[in-house]
Design a protein around this ligand. Structure first.
Ligand code: PLP
Ligand code: COI
Length: 354
């Protein structure tokens, strides 16, 4: 498919790398493509970054037919730009699309689009330590009608934002509150899909935690509120009594690409990794008996984020004296090393941009 490129007449000034937050500044262009049930995908185009105009009855505005992805392009020391495991984001997007009855994008086409777009915008990839170009592909249902049904029209968009660290704390340990009221997702629902509605529904608990001085919540399962699922918008891992434990992908957990990469690195380094149900009682027991050695969240935005304190039913438990642990630091160093091209990528995860 031909991608029509219309360049911006005037290019914006690039920001100072030291002032980047997360997702506040956007590049000069965006990718857009439309879909219709009869026609399939059409009108693939890169256009100057601009507002999107929608019919007030557009499906996404009423029934939340929306999915998104998040991945990054990194600038290497030699100036070249590279992406980290983009094929996994493309595959996950198609799985999310299937759940939300949005259209599939053939993998080859999705990759060609991503590479073409990032190649055009690559000058926006910042070079300061810890910075990157965050890529946000998203798709939404765009029928101009209020009937509730699977969509006949959709739009796929990619925008890009030069970013610094996601948390104000950077790689410093964060305080997490265990949420025993709201749940993020249930099996059979949309937990494994990256759809906007999951995030809208999780904000209330996040707000409550923030008011009490916590960065994020630790989610429990939606049926029994017993098993640990995720932390904020990240997957979660624990080092308990020498072993690494992470909740298994049960259907309500997002299959994180950072999670998958951490597991591969841990196994390669000889750690035992258990993907299984982990109950809050088992975790509380490990906390009380000093067996919880480390805890961390993992996701594209923060890479690895150490947990320095867990609060459950009002009781505060420090984790590793509130400091980053050895395994957490090793994972951060290994993943960021591969992402920024500082260490050799023996896994074949890197996709260079031409
Ligand atoms: N869990 C949730 C709910 C997320 O939103 C994300 C972030 O994308 C993750 C986990 C981590 O996934 P990934 O490592 O692919 O960024
Ligand atoms: C992540 O990349 O870890 C995220 O959770 C992305 C977030 C901005 C939705």
């Amino acid at each position: 498919m031909e991608i029509k490129i219309t360049k911006a007449a005037v290019l914006k000034e690039k920001p100072d790398s030291s002032t980047l937050g997360f997702g506040k500044i956007f590049t000069d262009h965006m990718f857009m493509m439309d879909w219709n049930k009869e026609k399939g995908w059409y009108n693939a185009r890169i256009v100057p970054f601009e507002n999107i105009s929608l019919h007030p009855a557009s499906t996404v505005l009423h029934y939340g037919s929306e999915i998104f992805e998040g991945l990054k392009a990194y600038r290497r020391k030699d100036g070249k730009v590279q992406m980290f495991r983009p094929i996994e984001n493309i595959r996950r997007m198609n799985r999310s699309a299937e759940r939300l009855c949005l259209p599939q994008i053939p993998e080859d086409l999705a990759m060609e689009i991503l590479e073409t777009f990032v190649s055009l915008e690559q000058d926006w990839t910042p070079s300061a330590e810890g910075t990157s170009l965050y890529l946000r592909p998203f798709m939404f249902g765009n029928d101009e009608s209020l009937g509730v049904h699977t969509v006949h029209n959709a739009t796929y968009v990619i925008i890009a934002s030069p970013v610094g660290s996601y948390y104000a704390e950077g790689i410093n340990p964060v305080k997490i509150m265990i949420e025993d009221e709201d749940v993020r997702a249930v099996r059979g629902g949309t937990g494994y899909a990256k759809c906007g509605g999951n995030y809208a529904a999780s904000n209330r608990a996040g707000e409550r935690a923030a008011r009490l001085g916590y960065s994020q919540v630790l989610w429990l399962d939606g049926v029994e509120r017993k098993y640990i699922e995720e932390v904020g918008a990240m997957n979660v891992m624990f080092k308990i009594d020498g072993k690494i434990v992470t909740p298994m992908l049960s259907g309500s957990i997002l299959p994180g690409i950072t999670r998958m990469s951490c597991i591969a690195v841990l196994k390669e380094k000889g750690f035992e990794v258990e993907e299984r149900l982990l109950s809050i009682d088992e975790l509380a027991d490990a906390l009380e008996n000093g067996k919880l050695e480390e805890a961390w969240g993992c996701g594209t935005a923060a890479v690895v984020s150490p947990i320095g304190e867990l609060c459950y039913k009002g009781v505060k438990y420090p984790v590793n004296n509130g400091e980053i642990g050895e395994v957490t630091q090793m994972l951060y160093d290994t993943l960021t090393g591969i992402q920024w091209g500082k260490i050799e990528d023996t896994f074949g995860w890197i996709k260079p941009i031409k």
